[in-house]
Design a protein. Structure first.
Length: 464
């Protein structure tokens, strides 16, 4: 084997590109090929020009309280363009009213009923307040659906008006189908440590009242497409529009069979693809991993971008989440020109409408014209703004959002244990340890380190 080796990274989203970047740093002489079945790189990161402004129509930001994305942005020389949201506050639409989004919650779980007083009915607030005194039988290590647990203890209103829309914004799923341990791990850990109620668990996680507030989210001036561009340079070769049909274990290394009929022989592979593709590729070489992946369902989503005339009377908030049971098709709106200083362009106001949750197939099957019309109608109903857009864009992300059902961590453990037994193979991506950009980067770094160690060990044996 030549110095460095030949590495294939399957998947050109942020996980695959970050893995390629880290591999380039760890194995400078490697021949790295990034392969993606889509026509472009970036996956859920996509920046487009709308009315002359660079707007993200996939993921729009990342958590800065986790270090991985901020560190990578700095490493790539983009740190000076890291920016944070304005002071505009988010809102939530529930019970036919739009109110401020409660701030002292853990993905909707409050430390007290007072934290959600402005959102719930008197009966709903009383139900939340009573939760603190309810007996709790909790077995450490237990995993349950978030919705079922919160409904049983704090009532339906808290789930439908706050927990569900917040989780839906992250996972494009429903609280009743998402597992506590994978989606709200801090609360699960607090319960494991002996917190006597959900309110007590949330209180144990939240910072003290009055603590200095630091930015939660960050993005890049000019859009997260800049991150994609900066990472792409790590690859020796990029092949878009070239799906991998099969992965075959060879006596030394791996063979990738491409949809074009070509075969690519490499020394190591990183798989950074959504759950259905990962399951298909592992079915023959690692069937136990594929069997575990059969438990993971996925959701799709759509972002509709609107460039409105500057005369449109958008609310002063950063956007609005839409609770379960409201008549709108959209699940959220971001008033991008209010939320981000760099998107306050002359002449237009930018808005993002988000649609799509697990199981909402019909919603996403509508054509672009219908989706734009639906988003405009929802925006008018919520804000009174019915101005004709000067430009629109529709961006679809099909099947890319894994659903973290109860027991998801067991699935991940099974997949990682099975893959660990395959020399020169690693997995990365949103299916593993979080769907956000920092979590994906963390899996990419771990996958790259595994591959680099394998190549070093093989090279050492050959040189012995």
């Amino acid at each position: 084997m030549r110095v460095g080796g030949r590495i294939a990274v399957v998947g050109g989203g942020v996980s695959g590109l970050a893995a390629a970047h880290r591999l380039r740093r760890l194995v400078p002489d490697a021949e790295i090929t990034v392969i993606d079945g889509a026509a472009r790189l970036g996956g859920a990161l996509r920046t487009v020009e709308l009315a002359g402004v660079a707007l993200d129509v996939g993921a729009e930001a990342f958590l800065v309280r986790r270090p991985e994305a901020t560190a990578l942005v700095t490493e790539l020389g983009l740190g000076a363009d890291l920016i944070h949201p304005t002071s505009a506050a988010p809102t939530v639409r529930a019970g036919g009213r739009t109110v401020g989004l409660p701030t002292r919650t853990v993905l909707g779980l409050p430390a007290s009923a007072d934290a959600v007083a402005g959102l719930l009915s008197p009966a709903g607030r009383a139900r939340v307040a009573a939760e603190a005194a309810m007996p709790l039988a909790w077995e450490p290590g237990t995993d349950v659906a978030v919705g079922a647990l919160v409904r049983s203890r704090a009532g339906d209103e808290l789930v439908d008006r706050l927990v569900d829309p917040l989780l839906g914004g992250v996972y494009a799923g429903r609280a009743d189908a998402l597992g506590l341990r994978a989606t709200v791990p801090q609360v699960a850990a607090a319960l494991d440590r002996g917190a006597g109620s959900l309110l007590a668990a949330a209180a144990a996680v939240l910072p003290p009242k009055g603590a200095s507030r630091t930015p939660v989210f960050g993005t890049l001036r000019g859009g997260l497409g800049r991150l994609v561009e900066a990472l792409t340079g790590a690859a020796t070769t990029v092949r878009c529009g070239s799906p991998v049909r099969a992965l075959v274990r060879r006596e030394q290394g791996w063979r990738l069979e491409l949809g074009s009929g070509e075969a690519l022989d490499v020394d190591a592979v990183v798989l950074a693809v959504p759950a259905p593709a990962l399951r298909r590729l592992l079915a023959d070489p690692v069937p136990s991993a594929a069997a575990a992946l059969a438990r993971v369902e996925v959701a799709s989503s759509v972002v509709v971008g609107l460039a409105l005339p500057c005369s449109a009377a958008l609310p002063a908030s950063s956007g609005v989440l839409i609770a379960s049971g409201e008549p709108q098709a959209a699940k959220a709106f971001t008033f991008s020109s209010r939320k981000w200083e760099h998107l306050r362009a002359p002449g237009v106001l930018l808005v993002r409408g988000s649609l799509g949750r697990h199981g909402e197939v019909a919603t996403l099957q509508r054509d672009d014209v219908e989706l734009v019309a639906a988003v405009r109608a929802d925006l008018a109903a919520l804000t009174g703004v019915d101005a004709e857009p000067v430009a629109t864009v529709v961006s679809r992300w099909g099947g890319g959002l894994p659903q973290y059902a109860p027991g998801h961590l067991d699935v991940v453990a099974a997949v990682e244990a099975a893959v660990d037994g395959q020399p020169g193979l690693a997995v990365a991506g949103a299916i593993l340890h979080g769907v956000g950009i920092p979590a994906c980067i963390a899996t990419a770094d771990a996958a790259a380190a595994r591959i680099a160690a394998h190549l070093a060990a093989v090279g050492g044996m050959m040189n012995a």
